[in-house]
Design a protein. Structure first.
Length: 488
């Protein structure tokens, strides 16, 4: 037992929620200690090939399955800054309709467009959120052409990547430092204000008496070196480990009320479009626009393109599709994303504390919308001039005409045939005053606990229908400021 790491506030996790929390509390003059399971990296470690970057930056080397009727591939970051280090930098504010639904169904209080606007603005200023400053890359331009020919609307999505040099390396960590993951801006500022950050530190158990948490038992030590269990004490604890590891830590610690029983995701179906001319999608930033015509239930947009990512999408029928990679300059990836109305579970795995079991069942509505979205996305890409559109699905499914695409408007592909993926998970510990369904109150304090708070995507009441990072940061700042006011 040691008091070397005692703190006023212990923040477990350094992603979007944890970094904002640490920044606000450090600015308030509190002694803040941040625990991060992963390692700290500098720019020299970023931008490596996928087979190097994924073991370095991702949880379980990017191989986290979500089990269920339809298995889904899920990835999240495990490094200082969490998933903000490996995402696209796309930025959305929570839609008005989403906030109204959360108020109506979960009694989430003081989370309106007006009340959250200052917190979104703070984060946008901090991260330099802006639109692409120059001409669109070709993969964006052809997509926009197709949307316009269909008579639909699109929006360019701003990104937290001022000065982006279009290296197409977001998913491997931005090697230029343009994309503003938490390790680039907020965490260094928090350190300058006095916060301490301890990396390679995995929280195993919260120590509590049923009402108050006194600290955490964590496994410390350099990667590949000896590890030891240490007890870290704190007056207050914020758990910010993300939608999978936050509920897993709480459940391992015997904190179970409405924890891990309501996992939501945005299921994504990727497609590969083959064009008659080179689009060189692997040589530029991913497509920058999204179709919002059918939001919030359905989103259509562009995905990262590289040889490895193309191969993963085509792998559902590899023997008949692998020849497409010979013309990789003519290929670009896009996606259908649905808001997600299914439910899932998060459980610590019996095999060990570093393994978490995830389950999610795609709902009939998810399945229907994936088919409708495939029909609309393929129609857009064919209108843009694509020769064919190949979804991540088993069987010889190649869409070469709008008529072929339209059949999926009312006859969706069987969900079991789809190679679904997601990078957005949330709602495993929902927030709100509805105690029968929520794990925390409206400001993130765990129901029934005096000094335990959550601040990450696990607390979003249900699927927001947009990239969740902005909403996580806005709520985390609002909640941390309320926490500081409560101490005065």
């Amino acid at each position: 037992m040691s008091s070397a790491y005692d703190a006023d506030v212990l923040v477990i996790g350094s992603g979007a929620g944890g970094a904002v929390t640490a920044w606000v509390l450090a600015e308030a003059g509190l002694r803040v200690l941040v625990l991060e399971e992963g390692r700290r990296h500098d720019l020299a470690d970023y931008g490596a090939p996928a087979h190097v970057a994924m073991p370095r930056l991702y949880r379980r080397s990017g191989m986290t399955p979500i089990l269920g009727r339809v298995p889904i591939g899920y990835v999240e970051g495990a490094c200082l800054g969490g998933s903000t280090e490996i995402n696209s930098g796309f930025w959305h504010r929570a839609p008005r309709e989403t906030l109204a639904r959360w108020a109506a169904h979960y009694d989430l209080r003081d989370a309106t467009e007006a009340s959250l606007a200052p917190h979104f603005q703070w984060a946008e200023d901090k991260l330099g959120v802006e639109l692409w400053p120059g001409p669109w890359p070709k993969s964006t331009a052809v997509f926009a052409r197709g949307v316009e020919r269909m008579g639909w609307s699109y929006v360019e999505v701003p990104r937290a990547a001022p000065g982006c040099r279009s290296t197409n390396a977001c998913a491997q960590g931005c090697p230029t430092g343009a994309k503003q993951g938490m390790s680039r801006r907020l965490l260094p500022e928090a350190e300058r204000m006095g916060a301490r950050i301890l990396t390679s530190a995995r929280a195993q158990l919260l120590v509590h008496d049923g009402r108050r948490v006194s600290g955490v038992v964590a496994e410390l030590g350099a990667e590949g070196g000896p590890r030891e269990l240490r007890s870290l004490s704190a007056r207050h604890v914020f758990v910010c480990c993300g939608p999978t590891e936050t509920p897993a830590l709480l459940l391992r610690s015997g904190i179970t009320r409405n924890v891990g029983n309501s996992l939501r995701i945005h299921p994504y179906l990727k497609v590969v479009a083959r064009f008659p001319e080179p689009v060189d999608a692997a040589q530029s930033v991913l497509p920058l626009i999204q179709v919002k015509e059918f939001a919030p239930e359905l989103a259509l947009g562009g995905s990262f393109t590289s040889l490895g990512q193309l191969a993963m999408t085509l792998a559902e029928d590899w023997p008949r599709r692998r020849q497409l990679l010979r013309d990789s300059r003519f290929l670009a990836q896009y996606y259908v994303g649905v808001r997600g109305t299914g439910h899932g579970l998060v459980r610590p795995h019996r095999l060990g504390s570093d393994t978490t079991e995830l389950r999610y069942d795609v709902s009939p509505e998810d399945e229907r919308l994936l088919g409708v979205g495939l029909a609309r996305l393929a129609s857009i890409l064919l209108a843009a001039g694509a020769v064919e559109v190949v979804p991540a699905a088993t069987g010889e499914v190649r869409l070469r005409s709008e008529a072929e695409a339209a059949r999926f408007l009312d006859r969706p592909l069987p969900a079991a045939s789809l190679g679904l993926v997601t990078v957005h998970a949330f709602s495993s510990c929902p927030s709100g005053e509805q105690r029968l369904r929520c794990a925390t109150d409206s400001y993130g304090r765990v129901h029934g606990m005096d000094n335990l708070w959550l601040a990450d995507a696990s607390t979003l009441p249900d699927s927001p229908g947009v990239n969740p990072q902005g909403t996580v940061m806005a709520l985390a700042r609002r909640n941390a400021l309320a926490f500081v006011r409560g101490l005065k």
